[in-house]
Design a protein around this ligand. Structure first.
Ligand SMILES: [Zn+2]
Length: 245
């Protein structure tokens, strides 16, 4: 099936006339993305990437298969079960979805928390240049990330564990760290946590796709600036005080 760049449905794709098989080969569809992705496009991109991890093309003719049934045939009971499956509970879901942060960042954190950041991993982390890049490394064990959080902790002036310090995953660390704050400040920390992860992710992308890089100190200055923007635009909703933040 050709992907036509002339169609408004493919406005972010620079590669025209690719078949699906060609687009999937070595993730050519990702390399063909162009322009600045909108929030909606970014969310769809993450979702599509996740979906494609589970797909395998074969030489057989296309058929329609209902994924919710083991035999591939649609049934009302399977659709009913699917409805309740969609309500799968996530222990961190409420914190993420109710946090004071733009929706694209909350969705991003949801993928990170679920370990479903299916973006193509680099052989070597572009932030520290030392280890293989994966979701856990990028947001927990990377030296660059650790340095950013060390600087953030010094600025916030509250003692909380650093990511990777207690050998736990990112969500366990987040929960442990937020407990170090008084109740009225925890939602602010949630926002700062999300923003910091988001800007670390953007720094990673800037290094790979734009050949631009900044130091942990510069990134922390960017985080502080963005926090000020969030304060003035009331992103920190329902918080008792923003204190030093
Ligand atoms: Zn690293």
């Amino acid at each position: 099936m050709p992907l036509s760049s002339s169609s408004p449905r493919f406005i972010f794709s620079a590669r025209s006339k690719l078949t699906v098989a060609q687009a999937l080969s070595n993730h050519r569809w990702v390399r063909g993305l162009r322009g600045s992705l909108s929030n909606v496009a970014m969310v769809q991109c993450f979702q599509l990437w996740d979906e494609l991890q589970l797909s395998n093309l074969s030489q057989e003719p296309d058929t329609i298969r209902w994924k919710a049934s083991s035999d591939g045939n649609f049934s009302v009971s399977s659709a009913y079960d699917l409805f309740f499956m969609a309500r799968e509970s996530c222990p961190y879901g409420e914190l993420i979805w109710q946090a004071g942060a733009p929706s694209k960042i909350r969705f991003f954190l949801w993928l990170v928390a679920k370990g479903r950041m299916g973006w193509p991993h680099e052989d070597c982390c572009h932030l520290c240049g030392r280890e293989h890049e994966d979701c856990h490394h990028l947001f927990v064990s990377c030296n660059f990330t650790n340095r950013v959080w060390r600087l953030m902790r010094a600025w916030i002036n509250i003692v909380f564990p650093l990511p990777g310090q207690n050998d736990c995953n990112i969500t366990d660390w987040w929960i442990e760290a937020r407990r170090c704050f008084r109740t009225g400040y925890r939602k602010i920390f949630d926002s700062v946590f999300m923003l910091t992860c988001w800007l670390i992710w953007k720094e990673r992308n800037a290094r790979i796709f734009d050949q631009k890089m900044c130091s942990p100190d510069q990134l922390v200055e960017d985080i502080k600036e963005e926090i000020m923007v969030w304060k003035t635009t009331a992103v920190f909703k329902d918080c008792n005080s923003t204190a030093n933040l």
